[in-house]
Design a protein around this ligand. Structure first.
Ligand code: BG6
Length: 590
């Protein structure tokens, strides 16, 4: 994933682009770059590292240019070096491009361009795009726009891109296929803001156009936006007015976005739960629920597709839906599903879970399922995202803007929605007794408060974590619904602390990983499930027998597992089904 930003208007482009990159750093943070255009000349700066590193190498002067594009990268093709950072020039240096996505046929295109005399400075797939545009621009009287279109017609893969040309310096051209792209409209088309999402734009305008796949827009000051397909055919578009407050996209008093988002969870959970559950009555709402319930009750199976953290909440959903509603569920990595010729039937319900609603693999898997005739249902956090627009049914998580690279508040919101869905389905299917349903709904109403209480352990957990700074590997164990939570805890440690961690079902530990346990490999045990408590205590005994250090997450008042553990993090006791929501908090903080 990478982030792109662009600006064309009357203001100085530089601060808009740099601030925009900072807000998109969650999309990529291994290198960054910027290109400014004025008086027929580009000023390009690129640097490995974060946006702050880029800022450090840019001469401290007033950058007067009013047109520019910028990029923050998460390397896919070529190492994270300044050479591979975007923007990339064409061979003649007349054109520059920033790109988010992967060009799958870049190798044959690159070979052919080299044979024709084009030169390449980087190892990226992106340089092929800009050289192709240049090649097309040389074929007679071809406009900038036409040469972009002709180049795009030759690409396989995904892109969101912004292109500038010295030959037509009044134009910023943007295009999208597979990767997201938003255009912010200034008053009377006097200026345009471009970004991978609305977050960098909302400070300036709340009127946005979201490009669809295979669409290209030419942005020119004072001219109405024209959106066309890559063959030049005009396309209709809608201007969306989005309600996004600038405060929602700044760090406030927190050092990091991730920390801010972890602490927002009492609110995000409250918003999510009470958007789908009545505060007083035991009524669950989902948009189109009656029709959805009918389809769900007739479904032979539910297929959950997702990536990353959303996949973990999908696994929790599998436990919940099978337990409470007795409908068979299969959970798939969308990235595997879409490439493996999966069997999808018309009577399947395909549930796509995604914070952004834009993850390319999940979107492709959802589209494939829809084309096979299955009913699609998206659980999304971003209103109006591609998945939300294209699915037959949508349930929103009301977690607010999530900027942190690692998903936190979206995860707990997804699990809350899945819990409510499982309860609603269980009731519809007459397999969930009224008492259990009422108890779970009552506890869900309490969850935001219990999460707030768990967050008070912040300093304690920070101290505990300090004892493990030099550890290079961790084992995370859980059972039942807490097994996917163990996977999620391990993922967070890898993604954020760069410490290897492996999540495992506690009962499977004996079939291999147990061999690794010694005093150097700490084991984090999520030991809150009442149903398997004795079994988890036995697993802890097995770790101790091998001199392993145990950090456990236990319910308040716990005795046995706490006595066996070297470190303990406590959470308030809730029903087994809802434990991943409170259990996620110490794992996020740790
Ligand atoms: C990854 C993020 O790139 O995308 C994860 O690092 C996230 O945190 C995953 O879970 C899937 O994203 P989404 O938006 O589809 O939930």
């Amino acid at each position: 994933m990478c982030g792109i930003v662009g600006y064309i208007g009357q203001r100085k482009a530089y601060p808009i682009l740099i601030e925009g990159l900072k807000r998109l750093e969650y999309r990529g943070y291994d290198s960054a770059g910027i290109a400014l255009l004025a008086e027929n000349a580009f000023e390009v700066h690129k640097e490995a590292g974060k946006v702050a590193d880029l800022e450090n190498i840019i001469p401290q002067k007033e950058h007067l240019q009013t047109i520019g594009i910028a990029h923050t990268r998460w390397a896919t093709h070529g190492q994270p070096t300044s050479k591979n950072a975007h923007p990339h020039y064409s061979t003649s240096k007349d054109i520059v491009v920033v790109h988010n996505g992967i060009i799958e046929n870049f190798m044959p295109l690159k070979r052919s361009l080299i044979e024709q005399g084009y030169t390449f400075q980087s190892d990226t797939d992106t340089e092929v795009i800009v050289n192709l545009i240049e090649k097309e621009s040389k074929k007679g009287q071809v406009s900038f726009e036409e040469s972009v279109n002709k180049a795009l017609q030759q690409l396989h893969g995904a892109y969101a891109l912004a292109v500038l040309s010295k030959k037509e310096p009044e134009k910023l051209i943007v295009a999208r296929k597979g990767s997201p792209l938003a255009i912010g409209l200034g008053k009377e088309y006097s200026e345009f803001f471009v970004a991978s999402d609305a977050i960098p734009i909302v400070e300036y305008t709340q009127d946005l156009i979201y490009l669809n796949d295979n669409e290209v827009a030419v942005l020119e000051r004072g001219k109405k936006v024209e959106v066309k397909d890559i063959y030049g055919k005009s396309k209709m578009y809608k201007v969306k007015h989005i309600e996004l407050d600038n405060n929602m996209v700044t760090k406030g008093e927190y050092e990091h976005f991730m920390l801010k988002e972890i602490f927002e969870q009492p609110d995000t959970l409250s918003n999510t739960i009470f958007s789908h559950l009545s505060e007083k009555e035991d009524t669950i709402y989902f948009e189109g629920l009656d029709e959805l319930k009918k389809q769900l009750s007739e479904a032979k199976r539910i297929l959950i597709i997702a990536c990353g953290t959303s996949w973990h909440s999908g696994l929790i959903g599998e436990y919940l839906i099978e337990e409470l509603a007795r409908v068979p569920v299969e959970v798939e990595y969308a990235s595997e599903f879409r490439y493996r010729n999966p069997i999808v039937r018309k009577d399947d319900i395909v549930l796509a879970i995604s914070q952004s609603g834009e993850t390319a693999d999940t979107l492709a898997a959802m589209r494939y399922s829809k084309a096979q005739g299955a009913t699609t249902f998206a659980i999304c956090n971003v209103y109006g995202s591609s998945m939300a627009r294209e699915a037959d049914f949508v349930a929103y998580t009301y977690a607010g803007v999530e900027i942190g690279v690692a998903s936190t508040k979206a995860f707990t919101a997804q699990v809350a929605v899945l819990s409510l869905l499982a309860i609603a389905m269980g009731q519809e299917n007459d397999v969930l007794d009224v008492k259990t349903a009422k108890k779970l709904m009552k506890e869900l109403r309490e969850i935001p408060k219990l999460v707030a209480k768990t967050l008070e352990k912040d300093t304690e957990i920070e101290q505990l974590a300090k004892d493990f700074l030099d550890v290079t590997s961790f084992l995370y164990l859980g059972r039942g619904v807490n097994f996917p939570l163990a996977l999620e805890g391990a993922l967070k440690l890898k993604e954020i602390s760069y410490i290897h961690a492996e999540g495992y079902p506690a009962a499977e530990m004996k079939h291999g990983p147990i061999a690794m346990i010694d005093e150097k490999l700490p084991t984090l045990i999520v030991g809150t499930n009442e149903a398997f408590y004795e079994k988890i205590v036995s697993n802890a005994q097995e770790v101790k027998a091998r001199k392993g250090t145990i950090i456990s997450i236990v319910n308040e008042g716990d005795k046995q597992l706490s006595e066996l553990s070297d470190y303990v993090m406590t959470v308030p006791k809730v029903a087994d089904e809802l434990q991943p929501i409170v259990g996620a908090i110490p794992l996020h903080l740790f």
